[in-house]
Every structure is written in C-alpha cells, then in structure tokens.
Design a protein around this ligand. Structure first.
Ligand code: UT7
Length: 340
C-alpha cells in the first residue's frame, strides 16, 4: 500500500450479501422456549432469523458477500487495496479478514478485522473512507459479518430470540472530491455503559504451579439489559442523526432512505418519528433476519439496492448502535457500479 498525493472522495459502488440457509421462525423457537410468535413480533418486529450450519463459517459468509460485491462492481479482486472485516465473532481471534482476503482473491490487499459490535459496519465505513481520502487505498472491500448464534444462551428467551447470522459487503472506491458519496459522519463511544451489552471473557484459570495460573480462554454468552439499550438507542440515534443533518446542512425531507441498524422495529419507528420521516422511507428487514449485528446495515442496503428501492444518486441517512456502548451516523449518497 502506497500513498497517492491527493485527497479524494468516496464512492459507494456495489453491495453483496450472504445469509445461512437455515431460517428459524418464532414458532420454531417456542418449541423449546417459553415464548411466542406474538410476543416476539409485537415487541421487536422479528419473524425469523438465519442460523449458520456446517460449512457456513463466519469466514465463508463474509467471503460470499464480499465476492458478490466485487462481481457487481465489476472489479478484478486483485485490484482491491484493503479488505476490512467488521465483526465481533471471528472464526479466529487473531482475525478472519486475511482468510476472507484469500478466499475472494484480493491478493494485493492488506486485510484486518475491526470490532465495534453492532456499530461495526458504520465504524468500518468511516475507517475505510480515511484510507480512500488520503490516497492510501483506491479500492476497499468492506464487509460486516457476524455469527452471534454461537455466543447466545439458547435457553435465555430475553436475548436469543433477537439475533441471527449474516454478512453484507460494500465495494468502495476513491473518486474526485466533487463526487463524494460520504457527506458526513459522527461516531461515539461510552465505555462507562459497557455493562449494558456484553460478551465477556469467561472466568476460569488453570493452576500450572502454585502462583502460576493463566486464565483459560473462552467467552460467556451474550448478556444484555434490553430496556437500558432500548432507552439508549431511542435517545442517542435521533440525536446523532439530527446533529449530522445540521452539520451537513441537510433537511430531513431530503433523505430518501433511513437505514438504521436493525435491532427492533419499535426503535426504527421511534427514530423515524423523531426525524419526521414517513414509514415508507424506513428500510427494514427485521422480519426475515432479526439482528445480525455488524451485518444488518449492509444486508439491508444490499436488499434495497437489489430490488430497486435504493437508486443511484439517492441520499441515505444511516445509524448504527450497540455494545461498547457505541453509536454513530453517516450520510451517504449511493452511486452504484459505473455503466459502460
Ligand atoms: O444490537 C444491539 C442493540 N440491542 C437492542 O437494541 C435491544 C434493545 N432492547 C429491546 O429491543 C427490548 O428491550 C427487548 C425486545 C429486548 C425487550 O422488550 P421489552 O419490551 O423491553 O421487554 P422486557 O424486557 O421489559 O420484558 C417484558 C416481559 C418480561 O416479563 P414480566 O417480567 O413482565 O413478567 C420478560 O420476562 O416479557 C418477558 N419476556 C418474554 N416473554 C416472551 C422477555 N423475553 C421474552 C420472550 N418471550 N422472548
């Protein structure tokens, strides 16, 4: 990777997605949990979620999503400079991005993981944009992928019904500043509230010798104070979006699509209401996938680009939020692949 000598804009060129084959409905969950389709739908909007099976590793899903974004962009994989994988559930704690880089054939790229839970894709987008703007990269493959199904307590109805597995990807390219597709962003973290949503290291030590007892690796299942996270989301997400709109001189009415982290339909509705946006402009696929953590935003974007809802030139206001606590917003303009 070498530095080019000009500042650049960022183009959102093409998307991709991959989800596991196995879809599990709310009714199926109620076979072993004291829950119901009515409770889950009315409280969250979730109807089903995908759960990764054999052969559907995080790496495989991320690579499938990435490959599709590269194909849609019409790029030679070898032309990619950076593969950035936003995930909290890598197959390898040393990082899964290099394996994804190899699988997609991005032989010239540097690859690394970025962990920011459900805000990961948004944090990744901003990180990728810095590489593109300073000229360190011309092309970036950004992937948001998570497989939280392996870190859930499947007997805990307050958490396991909410999450699913998936991957989404975005091909990003440097462009002239005048064509910039990332109009602004704001990111925030507050570690003082990290106990609201955690996937902590498990307790446990092995004593090798008296006084020598290294901790054993492994994590406890995801823990969440749902009400606190809910209150945090409906307070911070409208606030960060409003601040971003003010900063960029954008009227809410100019937003074509509100693309939020898909955690709960009630959060999407509350944020839209506070911004004065009608329900038709809110993208939601919670019913089919639930909360796929770092994958929700690119998975939703890919669906809306593929079915023609999101069109070239449209303005998208996006916000991610979750563990950390972390949150942020980005104002983007969709470009789409260059036409010959
Ligand atoms: O990506 C990370 C971001 N995460 C989020 O954004 C999550 C934000 N939080 C939420 O979406 C909501 O707080 C939840 C969907 C998690 C929970 O909804 P809630 O309206 O806050 O429910 P609650 O936790 O107050 O629970 C209400 C009742 C309780 O029973 P009691 O104590 O009133 O008898 C729960 O035990 O619902 C019960 N309950 C369930 N009942 C049936 C909790 N989970 C379930 C369930 N099925 N799955």
């Amino acid at each position: 990777m070498t530095l080019a000598a000009f500042p650049a804009g960022v183009s959102l060129v093409a998307s991709g997605a991959a989800t596991p084959a196995c879809s599990v409905s709310n009714d199926q969950l109620s076979l072993w949990l004291d829950t119901s389709d009515d409770w889950i739908r009315s409280r969250t909007g979730i109807g089903a979620r995908r759960i990764a099976g054999p052969g559907e590793s995080l790496t495989a899903l991320a690579a499938a999503a990435g490959r599709q974004a590269l194909e849609r962009a019409g790029w030679d994989p070898a032309s990619v400079d950076l593969v950035l994988l936003a995930t909290s559930t890598p197959d390898d704690l040393f990082g899964s991005a290099p394996q994804v880089q190899a699988l997609v054939g991005a032989t010239g790229a540097v690859a690394f993981d970025l962990t920011a839970a459900c805000s990961g894709f948004l944090f990744g987008l901003v990180t990728a944009s810095q590489y593109l703007r300073c000229g360190a990269a011309q092309r970036v493959l950004l992937i948001g992928a998570d497989q939280l199904s392996r870190w859930l307590d499947w007997q805990d109805r307050s958490t396991c019904v909410l999450f699913g597995d998936g991957a989404g990807a975005l091909a990003l390219e440097a462009c002239p500043a005048i064509e910039d597709g990332l109009l602004g962003f704001r990111l925030a973290s507050d570690g003082r509230r990290s106990d609201c949503l955690r996937l902590p290291q498990r307790d446990g030590r092995q004593e090798l010798q008296p006084g020598i007892s290294p901790q054993e690796g492994g994590f406890s299942p995801l823990q969440m104070n749902g009400q606190e996270v809910y209150k945090f989301a409906v307070r911070e997400v409208p606030a960060v979006l409003k601040a971003l709109l003010a900063e960029t001189g954008t009227e809410a009415a100019a937003i074509d699509w509100l693309l939020l982290h898909q955690a709960n339909q009630r959060i999407l509705d509350a944020v839209a209401e506070r911004l004065g946006l009608p329900a038709e402009r809110v993208l939601s696929n919670l019913a089919a996938y639930g909360n796929t953590s770092a994958a929700t935003i690119p998975l939703m974007l890919h669906e809306a680009v593929s079915d023609g809802r999101v069109r070239p030139g449209q303005l998208i206001a996006s916000s991610g939020f979750g563990a950390g606590l972390s949150w942020g917003a980005a104002l983007m303009r969709w470009r789409g692949p260059a036409t010959a």
